[in-house]
Design a protein around this ligand. Structure first.
Ligand code: NAG
Ligand code: NAG
Ligand code: NAG
Ligand code: NAG
Length: 663
């Protein structure tokens, strides 16, 4: 780290703004850039210049040129982006304060964002030995080349949730598995950089990757992940003489909490002795509604994590029925089903996070799934053509139903009747389980935390996987009085919360499929999000193409991100040893900055390359938050042993929501 270059940097900084002329090449390159700005259309410029600019600005900064002051020959000003201050390096800032590494940092990554490599495959995939089948640019090519082969390797065995015959994908190991999803798309790279700036290196930042497709119990059963993580934490603790700080992202939170239960079952003091702080970034503590849609109809909207899936599993490549089949083999998807039941997610008349607009219109998030179905057997003639809901709050319903009914009428099926059913979270999961068949139901009972029955006992039985991953609203945190628990997450981005669904399974089809094998999803997927349903009149909770959004980070609703941290984990019932719990909310302000395309520095007065003064580049999106300078600084402080400085910071109404959740 401490090279001569660094010393030069420091002396230059101390010596004030000593100017150094950039070489002719850089003048030339800048001139070309500026010229093309004037000559091309804005969007085109943006797209073309992005890859060029980052290295260029970095190069200028490494030459210690204050880019804010640069002027081109002949009085031409630099594009605004070059004139902003150097992006802050949170690690350096802490270092300047005299802080340094204290606790070793263990990274537990989330769903989808880490690489999977092929170790064993069938003939079509032999050429990909030890290459990333997931999490690389190459995967796009292999997908286009041979979709069926790729799908065959990405799926797990639908009966066991383990490797299919002859196929084995394994997580890319260590920091390589977590830093970039593919070149240019950072996941943990910014945190690793910030910690390195603070003085960390590969000895005390550890990426504990895992196969994110597996159900929690199968992570231990197949890969011994819990055992490995336990030994890793113990060894790290021993080597450095300090307890560890564990940083998880997204689904990694559910994994790590299950791990703590498991570790504490063998030794109730284990967590207290080994873990100084647990940093839960964007954890879906109570699950996500979109796990239902992914498993029921294979539909995933373009939001961060599952958006990554969307990028590779778009309708064109992989039909919905194949996606449903694939997703249902991934036990982790089942683990992400909403937990906490109706107390957390609401019922037919009420939900803890209902907005004022919704209450005024008699709408509730508690209806997680509105089912719209045409009953072809009903005798009431033509009733459907004038759906009752047309005048009510579900105005969007009318439009989509009408076109569908028209379709039936065109087929001369005039005996149609419209059925609208409202389902709360429990009924929505029942629909999913019913659709998935007996074996799937058993897996949901074992691997998910959706059924309150599972929470009857909160004791962990190392032999019984159903006791590992439990309803966090009913089972307490481990005994660890000196551990500090931090929840860091983004707010202010519309996030899927409830759905309107078309049930395309008519009575006739139902009869036909009754004796058919329901273990495997049928070729047909009978459920489909009602894309025709849009109602923007409810301003704070609009229904957009069948999806009603709530506050959140774009992937996980606020309710699941924050309610436990804001209240329940602070109460003796769930936190018997009284560990310190801190919530830090980061309001989402999309990036305006082409250097820091995602995440981004904190400066509020930022101006982008096109001269637009924006809302500030503070992305707090589900994945991008891992590049948010405020988050990186918080983690640096915690790792440096100064977590006690961090106090609660609320930006949403999460405390009201938490107050409304009563068990
Ligand atoms: C760069 O120049 C600007 C404007 O003259 C000045 O405000 C800023 O402090 C300078 N930054 C550094 C790091 O020298
Ligand atoms: C829904 O939950 C609320 C709050 O717990 C309760 O007051 C209400 O009676 C419930 N409604 C139904 C239909 O269960
Ligand atoms: C609100 O919805 C409930 C249940 O669907 C219904 O009983 C009630 O009449 C509705 N109230 C209004 C004002 O529409
Ligand atoms: C429906 O009925 C109309 C009139 O009875 C007829 O002209 C038309 O061909 C029928 N359409 C179909 C698809 O059978």
């Amino acid at each position: 780290m401490e090279s001569t270059a660094c010393q030069t940097d420091d002396s230059l900084l101390k010596g004030g703004h000593r100017k150094k002329k950039p070489s002719a090449f850089w003048w030339w390159a800048l001139a070309v850039l500026v010229l093309s700005l004037f000559l091309s259309k804005r969007k085109m410029v943006q797209r073309r210049l992005e890859p060029l600019m980052e290295p260029m600005v970095e190069r200028l900064q490494s030459m210690n040129i204050n880019v804010t002051q640069l002027e081109l020959p002949h009085g031409v000003r630099l594009p605004a982006v070059f004139r902003q201050e150097n992006p802050p390096r949170p690690g350096r800032k802490l270092r300047k304060r005299g802080l340094g590494p204290k606790h070793p940092v263990i990274i537990v990554p989330g769903f989808v964002t880490s690489g999977l490599e092929l170790w064993h495959g069938v003939a079509c995939a032999i050429k990909y030995f030890r290459q990333r089948i997931w999490g690389s640019m190459g995967m796009t090519q292999s997908l286009i080349g041979d979709k069926d082969c790729w799908l065959q390797h990405m799926a797990l065995d639908s009966a066991t949730g383990l490797d299919p015959e002859g196929v084995a994908l394994r997580a890319t190991e260590g920091l390589f598995g977590v830093d970039y999803f593919f070149p240019g798309y950072f996941v943990w790279a910014k945190l690793i950089e910030a910690l390195a700036d603070l003085g960390y290196d590969a000895n005390n930042i550890i990426g504990e990757t895992y196969d994110w497709r597996l159900a929690v119990p199968n992570m231990e059963r197949r890969d011994g992940y819990f055992t490995r993580l336990k030994v890793r934490v113990e060894t790290t603790h021993q080597l450095h003489g300090e307890k560890v700080v564990v940083v998880s992202h997204s689904w990694g939170d559910n994994v790590f909490r299950a791990f703590m239960r498991w570790a504490a079952a063998g030794d109730p003091e284990w967590v207290e002795r080994h873990v100084a702080a647990y940093v839960n970034i964007a954890g879906p503590t109570l699950g996500v509604p979109k796990a239902i849609t992914a498993l029921l109809s294979g539909e995933t909207r373009d939001t961060a994590e599952l958006g990554l899936i969307g990028a590779y599993l778009s309708d064109n490549f992989v039909p919905r029925n194949q996606r449903v089949k694939l997703f249902r083999t991934w036990g982790s998807g089942i683990g992400m089903l909403p937990a906490g039941g109706t107390a957390a997610w609401g019922n037919a008349t009420w939900a803890p996070d209902d907005t004022p607009d919704m209450a005024a219109r008699n709408l509730t998030y508690g209806v997680m799934l509105t089912e719209v179905r045409v009953d072809e057997r009903a005798q009431a003639h033509g009733k459907a053509v004038q759906p009752a809901a047309e005048k009510g709050p579900d105005a969007g319903l009318a439009e989509s139903v009408r076109s569908w009914v028209q379709h039936l009428l065109d087929r001369n099926d005039t005996d149609v009747d419209l059925v609208i059913k409202k389902h709360d979270v429990r009924e929505a999961v029942d629909i999913l389980v019913e659709d998935g068949g007996a074996r799937f139901k058993e897996q949901v009972q074992t691997w998910g935390a959706v059924y309150e029955e599972n929470a009857k006992s909160c004791d962990v039985d190392p032999e019984d996987p159903a006791t590992w991953h439990v309803d966090p609203l009913r089972c307490p945190l481990p005994h660890a009085p000196s551990l500090q628990l931090f929840c860091l997450y983004g707010v202010g981005k519309p996030t899927e919360r409830a759905y309107q669904y078309l049930n395309l399974q008519t009575e006739e089809l139902l009869e036909k499929s009754e004796d058919a094998d329901r273990e495997q999803p049928q070729n047909e997927v009978f459920w489909k999000i009602d894309l025709g349903a849009t109602d923007k009149k409810v301003e704070d909770a609009p229904l957009d193409r069948g999806v009603r959004a709530s506050d959140g980070d774009g992937t996980v609703p606020l309710l699941s991100l924050g309610a436990l941290c804001a209240r329940h984990w602070r109460e003796p019932r769930l936190n018997p040893s009284g560990m310190r719990v801190v919530t830090r909310e980061f309001p989402h302000e999309p990036f305006q900055n082409l250097i820091e395309l995602r995440g981004g520095p904190k400066s509020a007065d930022h101006v982008d390359i096109l001269g637009n003064a924006g809302g500030g580049p503070k992305s707090a999106d589900h994945v991008d938050i891992l590049g948010n300078a405020g988050v990186l600084e918080d983690i640096g402080l915690i790792a440096a042993g100064h977590g006690a400085e961090l106090q609660d910071r609320f930006a949403s109404r999460v405390r009201d929501i938490a107050a409304a959740i009563n068990v």
